[in-house]
Every structure is written in C-alpha cells, then in structure tokens.
Ligand binder design. Structure first.
Ligand code: PBG
Ligand code: ZN
Length: 325
C-alpha cells in the first residue's frame, strides 16, 4: 500500500550528484591522435575537409608533440604522405621512408610518447590500394610479404605499436612472425580487425592522398550490412595474435563495438574516423550544433558501447576542454 513509483530524478538533482553516479568518463589517456606527415620541408597545411587537422613536415613535428604533451595526450598514430608512389608502395618499407624518419625523430625528442604506426600500402602505391595489384585484383599473399616488411621497418625505427589496417587475410600472423623473427617479440599489434568499406573515410583520403585510382576496397574491407562477420574477423585476429582490436568506423558501428567487446577479452579501440569528424566540424561552423557538448556526447557513446580507447581527430580539443573544466 505504501509502495510508490520509482524516483529516478533523485540521482539527477545536481551536478555533484550526477558526477557521483556517472558510469562513463573521458580522459586524455583514452585518446590516440592521428598525424599526417608529408615528405617536404616547411609545410603545415590544413586539410580542407578536416578543419583543425594538418599535413605537416618533419620540421613541425616537435612543436606539435610539445602541444600534445602539454595537453596530456600520450599516443599518436602516424600516416605518411610520400613524395614518390609506385606499384609496390616501396616507400612504405623504405628505412628512410617518411614514417620511419618521423618515428625516429619523435622517439628522440619525445621518448615517452607512444608511437603507433599504421601499417598499410595505400598511401604509398600509385594505384592507391592497400596491397599489390595484378590484373586489377588486389593480391592477398603477395601483399602480406610487403606489409610484414613495412611493419618490421617501422619497429626498427622505434614504433611502440604496429597497427595494420590493410584487411588482407592472414596479416596479423604474418606480421607477428616477422616482428618476432626480427627480435620485436614485445611490440604489440593493434589490428584493424573490423574495418568496413565506408564512405566515412572520404576526408582521410584527402589528408593521406590515398584514394584508390580504380575500383573500391570492397573486396578486402567489410560489407556494412554484416554483423556476424565482424565477430569472425575479430576472433581470427585474436587467434593470430592481435593484442588489441580496432573497430572502424565508430559511430555508425557502435553495435559492433559492443558485440566485439562482449565476445573478446582484449582492449577494444574505436576509430572515430575522418568523415565523422568533418560532419561535426561542418555543422559547428554553421552554428547548427554545440560542438563541445556534441563531441563529448559522441565520444562518451563510444566508451559506453565498450571502447577502451578512441583514435580521434577531436583529441586535442577534448583534452583542452577537459583541462578547462
Ligand atoms: C587505409 C586507412 C583508411 C583510414 C585509415 N587507414 C581508410 C581507407 O582509405 O580505406 C581511414 C581513417 C579515417 O577516415 O579517419 N589503410
Ligand atoms: Zn590502406
């Protein structure tokens, strides 16, 4: 008789009360910040479709890393934009390649900064595909050899984490073997295990100059319609020795983030990709949304879905906002 309805609002009465019962939080430690390094001198150029994101040359790197340090961001992921591209993406595994140089420089000036190397060929091939092409087909096994060479050259330069994003079959085990043989048994693999063929990558391809010159990536990246297949990909990569798994893109795939989180026991990384970033920036520039609130809400949704870490172009903005609050 005395029973009454539940008063959920009791725990929402004040900011202090809300903070007390908050289930999910964001900190600078959650973030990995992407950097696009160009093989030139004196270049720092904003990517038109990604306001606030720059292509930069090595001589701007130290200043950038100082800024990240001051903001408490402790991990970066590197993408290289080489001067020369060819059929076999040779600059990807050149020990004097742009990413290898960038890694060596960062580990010298900022040794504590975790450097994640994206391991792929698409920024380095003339055709813009993530592997070797023969008769217009992206060849799986021939690509593996070059990807393994790329990973080893990145580890030799000092990369702390190898992040292969090419979606060839067998890339994790091939790269694991190659790293181990070269003495890098303790360099972890953060695999892009679940990577969809997505239109959300458009602005990234401007930034990395990696648009495929023919066809698309649908024979190696996943079909957005598939959920169970994501699990198959995730479990395969764990079986092959992946230490962490990336789900990409993030926002339209939060169901996948949750699923992979619940069915595995490794750290899960959500890649909040370029198109997701550009849409927010475009709406914010028009004054159509509150950028800060919207970005917090979006990144929280990724953690709530099960992401332990987030690769995001918003990292610097969020770290600044966190410092202010
Ligand atoms: C390709 C690669 C892509 C991204 C990172 N590495 C996508 C692609 O072109 O297929 C996308 C990242 C983003 O959109 O922010 N290896
Ligand atoms: Zn690629």
């Amino acid at each position: 008789m005395n029973r009454t309805f539940l008063r959920h609002r009791r725990l929402r009465q004040s900011e202090a009360m809300r903070a007390l019962v908050r289930e999910t939080t964001l900190t600078a430690d959650d973030f990995i910040y992407p950097l696009f390094i160009v093989e030139k001198a004196g270049v720092k150029e904003e990517v038109p479709s990604m306001p606030g994101v720059y292509q930069m040359s090595l001589d701007y790197l130290e200043e950038e890393l100082n800024e990240l340090d001051a903001l408490g961001i402790r991990a970066v992921i590197l993408f290289g934009v080489p001067n020369e591209k060819d059929e076999l993406g040779k600059e990807a595994y050149n020990e004097e390649g742009i990413v290898q140089q960038a890694i060596r420089q960062i580990k010298k000036t900022h040794p504590h900064m975790l450097v994640v190397a994206d391991t792929c060929l698409c920024e380095y091939t003339s055709h813009g595909h993530c592997g070797v092409v023969r008769d217009d087909v992206v060849e799986n096994d021939a690509s593996l050899k070059l990807l393994a060479e790329t990973a080893v050259s990145q580890a030799e330069a000092g990369a702390d984490i190898i992040a292969p994003s090419n979606m060839m079959d067998g890339f994790v085990i091939t790269i694991r073997h190659a790293l181990d043989e070269a003495g890098f048994e303790y360099v972890p693999i953060m695999s892009y295990a679940v990577k969809y063929a997505s239109s959300y990558y458009g602005p990234f391809r401007d930034a990395a100059e990696s648009t495929p010159q023919f066809g698309d990536r649908k024979t190696y990246q996943m079909d957005p319609a598939n959920r169970r297949e994501a699990l198959k990909e995730a479990l395969t990569d764990i079986d092959e020795g992946a230490d962490m798994l990336i789900v990409k893109p993030a926002l339209a795939y939060l169901d996948i983030v949750r699923e992979v989180k619940d069915r595995t026991n490794v750290p899960i990384v959500a890649y909040n990709v370029s198109g997701e970033y550009s849409m927010v920036k475009a709406a914010a520039e028009r004054g159509w949304i509150d950028e800060k609130q919207l970005v917090f809400e979006t990144l929280l949704s990724m953690k709530r879905a099960g992401a332990d870490l987030i690769i995001t172009y918003h990292a610097k903005d969020v770290a600044k906002w966190l410092k202010m609050s």
